[in-house]
Design a protein around this ligand. Structure first.
Ligand code: ADP
Length: 627
């Protein structure tokens, strides 16, 4: 009865190849074997439901067990089992995938797809950690006899009659010398938690002790007893496998907690569910964004038919949504393939587009359904939306209708609404619409007040991406430019034809310029005398918008380009029409004039946080004298 043979493969010995190249991560042997056990279990369920298996299904659990003394790990299932013939066919002929034939046979079955093993050489990954592997199996087929297969990792194998009496398969791994780390309860638990948490069939691994209430003692105090329970490692029915209509908010929130026990509740979520032209299910959550958003990446888990694959979802999920949390499950994503292949794969591209569209639709729906709540979440959502608008043309087109701009009064407006609001007041004499913004309301307060005094609105642009978003808006919005409120005096930021007349004579102007130039006395500060409204401050210190953006960009890029290496350069605008300038000009003696000019400059510097060190000390001293 005993049979010996050689595993039919093309290469002389495939195991070293499997060990070294195919699976750099050797812990996945457990994922592969448990997945096979789950597949075999699903198959018997299906056969039973199709009426092609009449026997009793019994307890359909997959059981993983560890024997530290014998140095074995066993994976047992009550699936379809295999006959000796099938072992030869499916296990020995490596290149032959049994699933193909199974699917052929049950084409009519609607969910045939779910039965296809995607892992190719899955079973042989056992040899990454074992120097001997045994299969004990009994097929579900009528009159089948049990079979036993033993292989020591060479291409030689043995098939013997088995002694199994229950339908199903047991895979016994004799763990090799280098892989003893896997002979630990906690290690196996860890791997099962990682890959098998949501497999569709219950996975049992040992037992656990739980305490339960056990009546009261003589004094009436509650008593407890400990009981041993089967330790089930997975949740076989995670929410992404259910219909959205059957789920409540609590279910989504509870699942979020299951995935990320230490996270705050998410803002909202999107249930993905598509089966044509590709198959994809999942739930994506919008988290509350913290400032350390860089560290929150890799929070989306990728599954294939409930088997965890990876949390590296680059390419499948658009770059701007990498901060989302949740799960994606698709049997149509090629696994175990190189990155470049993934990028070129047309399904991956389609999935990426689908996710982008779903996210845009969901945001649009939230915006339309409850604008107030949408606005309250904008602080957190805004970052995603802006990132998406900057990086994906298609997303921009959808998001431009619900993306919000916020102003310094905490009011929100869509791009269209904002344009309507400011178009009459903020269009300059050349027909250019100017949006004013601040990135630091506290520091730029005096400029904001000047702008408001003119009836202008000031946008708040202080999120990490706003520099890019500003550029994007300028490219997209017609005849519109954005200027930071301190980039120049307000009348120069939005130039109107009715500029106030000069009060000073040309001679006086020269005198004022000289006075202030010697008071400033810094090479990076250029003095200009301008005729502004008398209500404006006497001295403004501004930094050119273009120059500042170039410097910001150089800084963000980390490199030093031409602009990055230049010192900050400012314009000191003296308001020739302000009464104080007249007073300084008519003050007694050159000393007093110089002192007053210096005082006026220092006040402006102080309001910009630019007065420091010895200059600040001197200012305080001079102020005391003047008082
Ligand atoms: P794949 O799962 O991709 O087909 P594997 O090498 O993991 O590749 O398995 C090869 C075949 O062996 C499976 O398709 C299946 O027919 C059979 N097989 C593996 N494990 C079991 C099991 N526990 N019960 C029944 N059949 C199994």
């Amino acid at each position: 009865m005993q049979e010996k043979g050689t595993i039919s493969i093309h290469t002389e010995n495939i195991f070293p190849i499997i060990k070294k190249f195919l699976y750099s991560d050797n812990e996945i042997f457990l994922r592969e074997l448990v997945s096979n056990a789950v597949d075999a279990t699903q198959k018997i369920k299906r056969l039973s439901s199709l009426g092609q298996y009449q026997g009793d299904l019994g307890q359909l659990r997959v059981e993983v067990s560890l024997n530290e003394e014998a140095k074995t790990i066993t994976i047992a299932d009550r699936g379809i089992g295999m006959t000796a013939e099938e072992i030869k066919k499916y296990i020995n002929q490596i290149a032959f995938s049994g699933a193909t034939e199974f699917v052929e046979k049950f084409k009519e079955a609607k969910d045939a797809n779910e039965l296809i093993g995607k892992f190719g050489l899955g079973f042989y990954s056992a040899f990454m950690v074992a120097d001997k592997v045994e299969i004990n199996t009994l097929s579900y087929q009528d009159g089948a006899t049990p079979a036993r297969w033993i292989c020591d990792g060479s291409t030689e194998f043995e098939i013997l009659p088995g002694d199994r009496t229950e339908r199903g398969t047991e895979i016994i791994l004799h763990i090799n010398e280098e892989s003893q780390e896997f002979l630990s309860q906690s290690k196996i638990q860890e791997i099962l938690d990682k890959y098998c948490s949501f497999l569709p069939v219950e996975i049992k691994f040992g037992t656990k002790t739980e305490t339960e209430p056990d009546g009261e003692d003589e004094e009436g105090k509650p008593k407890y007893k400990s009981i041993e329970k089967d330790n089930i490692v997975n949740n076989p029915n995670p929410i992404w496998t259910k219909a959205p209509a059957d789920l409540k908010d609590e279910d989504y929130l509870a699942f979020y907690k299951e995935l990320y026990p230490f996270s705050e509740d998410p803002l909202f979520w999107i249930h993905l569910n598509v089966d044509y032209p590709f198959n994809l299910t999942g739930v994506l959550y919008f988290p509350k964004v913290k400032n350390d958003f860089e560290f929150q990446r890799n929070k989306i888990k990728l599954f294939s038919r409930q088997v965890f694959i990876t949390d590296e979802v680059k390419d499948i999920v658009p770059e701007f949504l990498m901060l989302l949390h949740g799960v994606i499950d698709s049997p149509d994503i090629p696994l175990n393939v190189s990155r470049s292949f993934l990028q070129a794969d047309s399904n991956v591209k389609k999935i990426n587009n689908y996710i982008t569209r779903k996210v845009a639709d969901k945001l649009s729906e939230l915006y339309k359904k409850d604008r107030t709540s949408f606005e309250s979440k904008w602080q957190d959502i805004g970052l995603f939306v802006k990132y998406g608008m900057i990086s994906e043309e298609k997303f921009y087109e959808k998001a431009k209708d619900f993306a919000l701009l916020s102003n310094t009064d905490g009011k929100h407006a869509t791009l269209e609404e904002y344009r309507e609001t400011v178009k009459d007041t903020q269009t300059d004499k050349d027909g250019q619409l100017v949006y004013l913004y601040t990135n630091d309301p506290a520091k730029q307060d005096s400029y904001i007040q000047s702008a408001k005094a003119k009836g202008y609105d000031v946008l708040l642009m202080n999120s990490p991406l706003d520099n890019h978003f500003i550029n994007q808006m300028e490219q997209k919005l017609e005849k519109t430019s954005l200027k930071r409120v301190d980039a120049d005096v307000i009348d120069k930021l939005i130039t109107k034809s009715d500029t106030p007349p000069h009060i000073l004579t040309a001679e006086q102007e020269t005198k004022v310029k000289e006075l202030f130039e010697s008071a400033v006395n810094k090479s990076n500060m250029r003095v200009e005398v301008e005729s502004l409204s008398p209500d404006e401050l006497p001295v403004h210190i501004t930094m050119d918008e273009f120059m500042r953006r170039m410097k910001d960009m150089a800084q963000m890029g980390g490199g030093m380009n031409f602009y990055g290496s230049m010192p900050d350069s400012y314009k000191v605008a003296i308001n020739g029409n302000h009464p104080l300038i007249g007073k300084i000009l008519s003050a007694d003696g050159d000393d007093t004039k110089a002192k007053l000019a210096k005082q006026a400059i220092d006040l402006a510097l102080l309001s910009q946080g630019l007065l420091t060190g010895a200059d600040l000390t001197e200012f305080v001293k001079r102020s005391v004298d003047l008082i």
